[in-house]
Design a protein around this ligand. Structure first.
Ligand SMILES: [Zn+2]
Length: 182
């Protein structure tokens, strides 16, 4: 068999039994189809490619079931200055402790995020989607000056004071926007 040169990334399973994967010290590497993540779709303009996932199941020193790995995806967010799409990358570490109740979660070491499995089933897509949503910025602005500066500047000497008083929030927004990414 000759492998195609194009990298084909298979989807990881949606529903797993983490207990079994821990027993097998399973490694999962693959994608999550973007269309399966409805909550993500609701808050971004688009998801550029699939979501790339690497997970390895095992036990930590306290014998707790853990999943370590990362989840990555490229999305388009709406720039809050010009209201056009802007690219954003999410690259989040996964440090889960698998438990069956919130109570059990309290016994995990602090650097683990408790993930509750219901019976024999863990919805991996749902937990990964949570991870992506947590790592998305609340608001997005283009780094470059996407709206001409003169549309924003009210501090010009020729400006009436009254105009400035009218727009305190616009000025504030402008300050926030320009200092946000430096
Ligand atoms: Zn913009």
């Amino acid at each position: 068999m000759v492998q195609s040169s194009r990298q084909q990334v298979d989807a990881i399973p949606k529903i797993v039994d983490a207990r079994k994967l821990v027993q097998r010290e399973q490694q999962l590497s693959g994608s999550v189809p973007a269309e399966a993540l409805e909550r993500l779709a609701a808050v971004v303009e688009s998801v550029d490619d699939g979501v790339q996932v690497e997970l390895s199941f095992g036990r930590d020193l306290n014998r707790h079931m853990v999943v370590e790995g990362r989840v990555r995806c490229d999305v388009q967010l709406l720039c809050q200055r010009c209201l056009k799409p802007m690219p954003e990358s999410v690259d989040a570490g996964v440090h889960w402790g698998i438990v069956w109740s919130e109570e059990q979660g309290k016994s995990l070491s602090k650097d683990l995020d408790p993930v509750i499995q219901e019976g024999d089933e863990l919805n991996l897509y749902q937990v990964l989607e949570d991870e992506i949503l947590l790592n998305l910025p609340m608001v997005a602005y283009h780094e470059e000056e996407c709206v001409p500066r003169d549309k924003f500047q009210f501090g010009d000497a020729s400006m009436e004071e009254g105009e400035q008083r009218e727009n305190p929030f616009k000025v504030l927004e402008q300050l926030k926007g320009s200092s946000g990414k430096s």
